[in-house]
Design a binder for this molecule. Structure first.
Ligand SMILES: Nc1nc2c(ncn2[C@@H]2O[C@@H]3COP(=O)(O)O[C@H]4[C@@H](O)[C@H](n5cnc6c(=O)[nH]c(N)nc65)O[C@@H]4COP(=O)(O)O[C@H]3[C@H]2O)c(=O)[nH]1
Length: 673
């Protein structure tokens, strides 16, 4: 709006351009000469005094003014305007005001919004609990907030900006970190979760994660970096811990298989680079199982820890000692300097491992068998080298305890066969390729008391495989559970059939491996098989070996009592070959003792076997146990055993283990018990 007005009491308008209507709602002709709706009357009452002051001042002095104020519209609303004017003389020579009035409402609103926003963002920056910063491209702080000052241990953001003059050298523990930061930001214009270890003001260290980006100027040049910083010391600690757990054996603290893989790759690369050789040694403790079984898992664990310590102490710092499995360790001996060097280390390992270890007041001796593969000659990766070292170790075991053996091609063939046997057994168990035979247990006059169920495997590839060969394999590869439940199901079913045919007194005996015996719910599992077959528990006998009673004694006792309470009979198999003591026999709820075949075989030869057998029988009788002699092959053995007081006999003299139908025929022909 362009205007001219008198310099009178109310600034009466002489002229107003059309623009006045948009500003005030009045047409020019309504205002011109109007002493009531004057320019002053149009000004917001609150602004009138200040406007007058400015204009009066101009009239008295320089003659020009510039002032912001509100105009009141006819409709009651306000407009912010910028008034600019000058004192001029009109045609009559009178002093008048002439000028422009411009609507600046929008402009002012925008400015106010901007100021509000600035205020709000400033408080987000200042009050945030996350550390925030702006730094120059060359590594100096431009701004930092309170949280960042706290994080780095400074009293205030100003103290931080002054104190941390050079980020690269004063902040990061690893001085190359700043360079990595700037490289990343140069390439991607931002960094995300950039983790570094930094010094706090007092010299302590924390881990931080930075998220930052470049701020560019209008000309596209980078102005500064800005971003956030979080303290991730705790998370970093957890992650380190998890990494450690994923790569180390919790019991011994040795590297586990995962880390072994890494270390071997390093050793292989090094050997390649230097054109040198290294050795991978697979170490297996020979009598660990015995310690575990006889002294319990706690003692077994302590033994492993001690062996781990000794192994580590007998190799160089640069070599790796890893725990591979239960009682198996793998050593990587880098920088192999010829055969004699390695032999020297292997002898040393056997000496230190074989030295007595004090456990629960006993001096325990453990031997180890070692298999060695040499890299890169015997293989280029962990799997092959381990397989070869494992094959060599198995061969060492067959040579007797405490031996070591280097891998040769012929061992590989044997190992492959073992693997093939393993997978064939797996298949046989899955596809019902096993069957059960029954060997009668009779009295001195041929009366039948029951049968022992024995598993048989006729393999397409391997022919008829002896249980003495595949049972230990099943124990090793974890198939023993499936195998036992298979035999137990068949045996119970068979016994239930015989029972239904009027032979309610027969007992069927099933072998239970020591490892299974440690299952928590063994008794419940047996009960469920009995229920499924509809067989009363008194028709079932479980044969366990003495070793089983020597492990975790409390657990063994608890499980046995549970089985006994169910009404199942318990027999100790192969008695006399293990480590049983009278004390154990007295504590356990056992019904039957089976004299091992090795004594039976010689009991009629007049040597010490008969004395031992006599002692076993009288011991058993003093504990009210029934005695079964197994492996009776001749009439003279039978005569001696009968005279000694054995109640039951089992062996080829009476019958070999028989398939179901033949066992039924035997049953029909036997005299009544
Ligand atoms: N020389 C000779 N041998 C006789 C005579 N009478 C019986 N035998 C054999 O002696 C073994 C007796 O079984 P064991 O001591 O429990 O010894 C068993 C047992 O420890 C294990 N085994 C067999 N079947 C099973 C099973 O189903 N489960 C488990 N866990 N182990 C089983 O395998 C071992 C060997 O079993 P088998 O080869 O069936 O061998 C059987 C049987 O065939 C005899 O007069 N002379």
């Amino acid at each position: 709006m362009v205007f001219r007005c008198a310099i009178d009491a109310h600034w009466t308008l002489h002229f107003a351009s059309d623009g006045v209507e948009a500003l005030t709602g009045y047409r020019p002709d309504e205002l011109e000469g109007n002493a009531v709706v004057s320019l002053e009357a149009l000004i917001h009452p609150d602004d009138r005094a200040s406007v007058r002051e400015v204009i009066d001042e101009a009239c008295r002095g320089v003659g020009r003014y510039r002032v912001k104020y509100r105009l009141q519209h006819r409709d009651g609303t306000d407009r912010w305007v910028l008034g600019r004017g000058a004192v001029v003389r009109d045609e009559q020579g009178e002093r008048v005001l002439e000028g422009f009035i411009e609507d600046v409402t929008e402009q002012l609103t925008r400015q106010r919004l901007l100021a509000d926003a600035e205020l709000r963002y400033r408080s987000i920056f200042e009050d945030s609990v996350i550390g925030m910063f702006q730094t120059s491209i060359d590594g100096h702080y431009l701004a930092a907030n309170r949280a960042l000052a706290d994080l780095y241990g400074y009293d205030s953001p100003e103290a931080l900006i002054a104190g941390l003059s050079d980020i690269a050298t004063r902040l990061y523990v690893d001085p190359t970190r700043r360079e990595e930061f700037t490289t990343l930001i140069r390439e991607h214009h931002r960094v995300a979760d950039f983790e570094s270890e930094v010094y706090r003001r007092d010299g302590s260290r924390i881990w931080i994660a930075e998220n930052a980006h470049v701020v560019f100027g209008p000309d596209g040049q980078p102005l500064y970096y800005e971003g956030t910083v979080e303290d991730v010391t705790k998370q970093h600690g957890y992650r380190k811990q998890l990494e450690y757990q994923a790569t180390h054996d919790p019991l011994t603290g040795l590297p586990n298989r995962n880390l072994l893989q890494d270390r071997l790759q390093q050793a292989l690369r090094q050997a390649q680079r230097r054109g040198s050789r290294g050795a991978l040694a697979f170490v297996d403790l020979d009598n660990f199982k015995f310690v575990n079984d006889s002294l319990g898992h706690g003692a077994g664990d302590r033994l492993l820890v001690e062996v781990a310590r000794r192994l580590k102490a007998s190799v160089r710092e640069s070599d790796t000692v890893a725990r591979y499995g239960g009682d198996e360790f793998v050593l990587i001996l880098g920088d192999y300097e010829g055969l004699s060097d390695t032999l020297h280390i292997l002898h040393r390992i056997q000496d230190v491992v074989g030295a007595p270890i004090a456990l629960q007041g006993h001096q325990i001796h453990v031997n180890c068998s070692i298999g060695v593969s040499v890299f890169p000659d015997d293989g280029g990766d962990l799997e092959v080298l381990l397989r070869h070292a494992d094959a060599a170790m198995h061969h060492a075991k067959t040579l007797g305890k405490g031996q070591f053996q280097f891998y040769t091609e012929s061992l590989n063939v044997a190992a492959r066969e073992r693997l093939a046997l393993d997978s064939a057994l797996r298949q046989a168990i899955e596809q019902d390729g096993l069957h059960v035979v029954y060997q009668p247990k009779v009295g001195a006059h041929g009366q039948l008391y029951g049968f022992e169920a024995l598993v048989r495997w006729d393999s397409e590839a391997f022919g008829s495989v002896s249980p003495a060969r595949f049972i230990p394999l099943a124990e090793e590869n974890g198939l023993i559970g499936h195998l036992t439940w298979f035999v137990l199901r068949h045996a119970c079913h068979q016994a239930a059939t015989w029972r239904a045919q009027g032979h309610g007194h027969l007992r069927v005996a099933v072998n239970i491996s020591p490892s299974l015996f440690r299952e928590k719910d063994l008794a419940a599992l047996v009960q469920s098989v009995l229920d499924a077959a509809g067989l009363p528990p008194e028709n079932l006998e479980l044969e366990i070996t003495e070793g089983m009673l020597m492990g975790d004694v409390q657990r063994a006792l608890a499980v046995l009592k549970e089985l006994k309470a169910m009404g199942v009979f318990i027999a100790i198999d192969d008695f006399g070959t293990g480590y049983s003591s009278l004390a154990y026999l007295k504590r356990f709820p056992i019904d039957i003792l089976k004299v091992d075949r090795s004594f039976v075989m010689e009991c009629d030869l007049g040597n010490e076997a008969v004395a031992i057998t006599r002692a076993i029988v009288s011991l058993a009788h003093s504990l009210n146990l029934r005695v079964v002699a197994e492996g009776v092959e001749t009439a003279s053995q039978l005569a001696v055993l009968n005279a000694l007081g054995c109640e039951e006999f089992q062996g080829y003299l009476f019958a070999k283990p028989l398939p179901g139908p033949e066992a039924a025929a035997f049953l029909d022909a036997a005299p009544a018990a």
